[in-house]
Design a protein around this ligand. Structure first.
Ligand code: DNO
Length: 396
């Protein structure tokens, strides 16, 4: 597998030389300053590529090209924004990148309620607390119709927690949920998020699914034409938030997406942490079933808690069988080598690390600090080496 690392560009507190020290050889990046749905200009793309090359890396994956809301809603300006998306694909291909990761989550991208949850080790993890999320939705955002989305028990628990929360914690919760995590496409305040959620009022999961299929019918052939592979990222967390449908959460969702446009260029980002937040996702079965169409792998782990909360565990701990997933990916690579597929080396990145050691107290992108990911990558590399040593057919 190709070890890659997400780099947010020149402003990232983790410089390229530290990524070198971590041992990654590929970079995952995007033009984050151009995130409003406009086409990316070639000169900016080449400038970023040159920076990456000058430091001795290849640019393996673009993560992400944002999908404008009008595309998700199929509102009148969707044709314009799909046109820009396709123009960006052509630009990405000209810069020599082969894989594009994107997501189709309405309004909010990845979501957490706590960015510094203290672990017994004294490090910190990202966490999603299901009751805190309900507190925000019901009592701070006061979303119209929110009551219908929670059980009585959950609403009661949220009510009690809301009253016990300090104003500072309430403010922090709001910032954490809507101000935008690293790599997210947008940041909101209470008014702007209310407005956007309202635009989705009445949009069902089936409609969102069919808007995604219509989008794919246009962009997959465009990707194919320029030799790119698209890799949709699953919903994080993989269930509806704010009453908004999410349609990339389960094996059934992925099956529908891949078969809606049944060609290699229409592929998947296999994110162990996102899919793994649901106990009913059988990760090993999914890795095998969708293997041939997996173009990018995010390796991180969550520990699921009984009430639907989860926190980000060590890369080899948590609720999913990480070693089993890595083995499935190595088997997929071996299969591709035998079949003569040029894309037999699948890019992986250590996703979200815990906040550890010298990074504590420093300015970091939550989830994207250096030491936690360095530790994660080292552990994952150890697994890969061990598997290849024990099962020589997996070597390459
Ligand atoms: C979180 C990431 C997401 C992801 C996008 C993909 O750390 O996995 O921001 O990049 O959802 O489009």
């Amino acid at each position: 597998m190709k070890e890659t690392w997400r780099w947010f560009g020149p402003g990232d507190p983790v410089p390229l030389e530290h990524i070198k020290q971590a041992g990654a050889t590929g970079i995952v990046s995007a033009l984050h300053h151009l995130y409003r749905g406009e086409a990316w200009p070639l000169n900016e793309m080449l400038k970023r590529r040159d920076e990456i090359h000058a430091a001795g890396f290849v640019w393996s994956v673009v993560e992400s090209i944002p999908v404008h809301n009008s595309i998700k809603l199929r509102s009148p300006s969707h044709a314009h924004f799909i046109g820009s998306w396709k123009d960006t694909l052509a630009t990405v291909a000209k810069a020599g990148v082969e894989v594009v990761c994107y997501n189709f989550m309405p309004v909010v991208d990845w979501t957490r309620t706590d960015l510094q949850w203290r672990l017994p080790s004294t490090g910190y993890a990202l966490r999603f607390d299901a009751v805190d999320f309900a507190v925000y939705d019901l009592f701070l955002l006061e979303r119209k119709g929110a009551e219908a989305d929670y059980s009585e028990e959950r609403a009661r628990a949220a009510h009690a927690r809301f009253h016990s929360m300090s104003q500072a914690r309430r403010d922090d919760l709001e910032q954490t949920i809507i101000a935008g995590l690293p790599g997210a496409e947008a940041s909101y305040n209470r008014e702007t998020i209310r407005g956007l959620i309202a635009e989705y009022y009445g949009v069902t999961a089936d409609e969102l699914r069919s808007n995604l299929a219509a989008f794919l019918r246009e962009v997959v052939p465009a990707a194919q034409e320029v030799g790119l592979r698209l890799a949709i990222h699953p919903d994080d967390p993989p269930w509806p938030l704010f009453g908004l449908p999410r349609v990339v959460s389960t094996a059934e969702d992925v099956r529908a997406i891949l078969s809606s446009c049944n060609t290699l260029a229409n592929g998947l980002t296999f994110c162990v942490g996102s899919f793994g937040a649901r106990a009913d996702n059988d990760l090993l079965a999914m890795a095998r079933e969708f293997g041939a169409r997996i173009h990018f792998v995010h390796l991180r782990q969550v520990t699921r808690e009984p009430d639907g909360s989860f926190h980000e565990a060590d890369h080899l701990a948590g609720s999913s069988d990480m070693v089993g997933v890595i083995r499935a990916m190595l088997e997929e690579e071996a299969h591709r080598r035998r079949a003569g597929r040029p894309d037999h080396e699948i890019p992986l990145r250590p996703d979200h690390g815990q906040l550890l050691a010298g990074d504590i107290g420093k300015k970091v992108n939550p989830g994207y600090s250096l030491v936690g990911r360095l530790k994660g990558l080292a552990e994952l590399r150890g697994v890969t080496h061990g598997l290849k040593h024990a099962i020589p057919e997996l070597g390459g």
